[in-house]
Design a protein around this ligand. Structure first.
Ligand SMILES: Cc1ncc(C[n+]2csc(CCOP(=O)(O)OP(=O)(O)O)c2C)c(N)n1
Ligand SMILES: [Mg+2]
Length: 190
């Protein structure tokens, strides 16, 4: 049974503490509902940019955890970002991949390789400090405390079903530049 993406996000929201979060694609509308007032900035439209955005935040704020919620089609579009993250070796970055096997946001077309692409091996090959897959919600909940503590960059491939909403059905939310301003203000104030 695949993990419901909303359940994964709820578990992460409960465990995240003061982490900065970078949702993208179908995790973005779900995250807005689940954690409306958190420290986050969404990456919508820029396929494969979430981990680079997260990397910048992680390097700028080494005192905080940064959690990226990536899409599988998006990561395939920017596979080189795995090497960029690994090369920069941010100790505070956790890169969650929501592997649903499709480009859900644009109409659920199958991604190249379907469900067969092993992103864990790719992240290991790129040089992430740790990489593993999680296919069950209970395991995610059990492992979250250590994922939020251990030295990064850590990659976690989550085997998920389809989200209830996409940015196309739920809307894009707050424009990117306003999200950035809001996060900057929150970080300065905290
Ligand atoms: C370069 C580029 N090509 C195509 C698109 C159109 N597009 C927007 S979202 C999306 C699919 C995203 O799929 P995935 O990353 O797997 O996230 P999911 O929707 O499954 O959560 C596509 C193809 C885009 N934004 N940028
Ligand atoms: Mg997908």
């Amino acid at each position: 049974m695949a993990i419901k993406p909303e359940d994964a996000l709820r578990a992460i929201a409960a465990a995240r503490g003061d982490a900065l979060c970078v949702p993208t694609m179908t995790t973005a509308p779900a995250w807005r509902t689940i954690a409306p007032n958190d420290l986050s900035v969404g990456c919508v439209g820029f396929m494969g940019g979430a981990s680079s955005l997260g990397l910048g935040l992680a390097l700028a704020r080494p005192d905080r955890r940064v959690l990226v919620f990536d899409g599988d089609g998006s990561l395939l579009m920017q596979l080189g970002s795995l090497a960029t993250v690994a090369g920069a070796a941010p100790r505070n970055l956790v890169h969650f991949l929501f592997k649903n096997g499709v480009y859900h946001t644009s109409g659920a077309q199958e991604i190249p390789g379907g469900g067969g692409v092993d992103f864990v091996q790719m992240a290991k090959g790129a040089g992430y400090r740790a990489a593993s897959a999680i296919g069950e919600l209970g395991e995610l909940k059990r492992r979250l405390p250590s994922l939020l503590k251990e030295e990064g960059p850590i990659f976690v491939e989550l085997h998920t079903g389809l989200a209830e909403a996409t940015p196309m059905t739920a809307g894009m939310g707050t424009p990117f530049h306003q999200q950035v301003e809001r996060l900057r203000g929150q970080l300065i104030a905290s």
